[in-house]
Design a protein around this ligand. Structure first.
Ligand SMILES: Cc1ncc(COP(=O)(O)O)c(C=O)c1O
Length: 383
């Protein structure tokens, strides 16, 4: 089959660069790589409760049958969105098919021509792709650097010709490739002082932080200071989908203008029922979040004990990264981990900046202390 030469050149470049991505078969290695922080993706209880819930609601339907504005808005949407609004203490919640879709939909439609988006330099690809589709101007600020953020806000205000320029600031509650978080107390103060809209992606903080796993913004009681929160269900909740939390006005706007919401088939009743069952489990059984947080504390204590602390990016989340420069080197160490039975993934450039390649350890409620001790012991030897 013919294949365009330019594409072949790009693939060859990745091969030479040691950064070619390949799909791998799933393994039975000790899991230090998945986003299934609470073990919900494999929960038999959630699986069974979802089935029972659908039967109790007399819902024997496989697909949504269309987009939500046409035939796909089955009754479970209202049920789950109303539950999410209460659980997350927000006026409204609107479900998207994935976190990627939610970020694309929000950033491509909300900031208008003449507005400005300020985004953390390490923002997730879904946020950046949404920004690319927006008519607003955008500038990045240094990672978690609030002084730099404020400088950008002041500079935009000084340069804007009209008073109508809105500024949108976007950050993440937990950065997916670093595991760290911004100082939200200070950040919300800055945003309030300058009257800018703050958006927080909570993909990796739901289930990890806050009462009943409600996330970092709510843990800090800052929900009123945030214009929109993006929560995703494919990580700690172990299923699929996402929601944007915000005002009723925002919900109405997104239903009308977010193209990734409008032009796609809605999620199936089964997907919605799984999201609902996963939230019920999180709400009723705090032991999973507690166990995860114990493991995070244990991991950090072991890192300290083995004198590895200065190799790690400081984090209180379930994501812990050990910086090892060079794609080749970090891939080699990751392979050694696999040989010893541990799934620890190498994060390569260009996903992260060159020389900041890293091993990413994702922690879970179901990792044993022994597994954590052993994986870190190996790291201290491989280095
Ligand atoms: C910070 C962040 N936002 C959004 C997403 C996208 O979420 P989803 O996997 O539901 O598309 C991810 C997933 O990798 C993420 O890490």
């Amino acid at each position: 089959m013919k294949f365009p030469k330019k594409l072949k050149t790009k693939i060859d470049f990745r091969t030479q660069n040691n950064s070619l991505r390949r799909l791998k078969k799933s393994s039975n290695l000790v899991d230090f790589s998945s986003n299934d922080y609470l073990g919900f993706a494999k929960s038999e209880e959630i699986f069974n409760k979802t089935h029972q819930f659908l039967l109790a609601k007399n819902t024997q339907q496989n697909g949504a049958t269309g987009s939500r504005l046409l035939s796909g808005n089955h009754f479970l949407y209202e049920h789950v969105e109303s539950f999410l609004s209460t659980f997350h203490q927000t006026e409204s919640a609107i479900i998207f098919n994935s976190g990627y879709d939610a970020n694309i939909g929000f950033f491509s439609s909300v900031p208008q021509r003449g507005d400005v988006i300020l985004y953390d330099e390490f923002s997730h690809a879904s946020i950046r792709d949404g920004i690319r589709l927006s008519n607003a101007k955008s500038f990045k600020f240094s990672h978690n650097n609030l002084e730099d953020l404020e400088k950008h806000i002041l500079s935009v205000r000084a340069q804007s010709k009209t008073k109508e320029t809105e500024i949108y600031v976007v950050t993440e509650a937990v950065f997916s490739m670093d595991g760290d978080s911004p100082d939200f107390i200070k950040m919300t103060k800055i945003c309030e002082k300058h009257d800018v809209f703050l958006i927080v992606d909570e993909a990796h903080s739901i289930g990890v932080f806050g009462k009943n796993g409600c996330g970092l913004v709510e843990e800090l009681a800052l929900q009123k200071a945030v214009f929109a929160r993006i929560v995703t269900f494919g990580k700690a909740l172990g299923c699929h989908g996402a929601a944007i939390l915000g005002s009723k006005n925002l919900q109405e706007y997104l239903v009308n203008f977010a193209r990734s919401f409008i032009y796609t088939t809605a999620l199936s009743p089964h997907s919605l029922a799984t999201i609902y069952s996963a939230y019920q489990k999180m709400l009723q059984q705090a032991k999973y979040s507690q166990k995860l947080n114990e493991n995070i504390a244990f991991f950090k204590a072991e890192v300290q004990k083995l004198e590895l602390k200065n190799r790690f990016i400081n984090s209180n989340s379930a994501i812990h990264c050990c910086v090892i420069s060079g794609n080749e080197k970090v891939k080699k160490i990751s392979r050694k981990f696999q040989e010893k039975g541990f799934d620890v993934k190498a994060i390569l450039s260009p996903t992260v900046p060159e020389n900041k390649e890293r091993l990413r350890f994702c922690l879970h409620s179901y990792n044993s202390k022994e597994e954590i001790r052993n994986v870190l012991h190996l790291l201290s030897k491989f280095n």
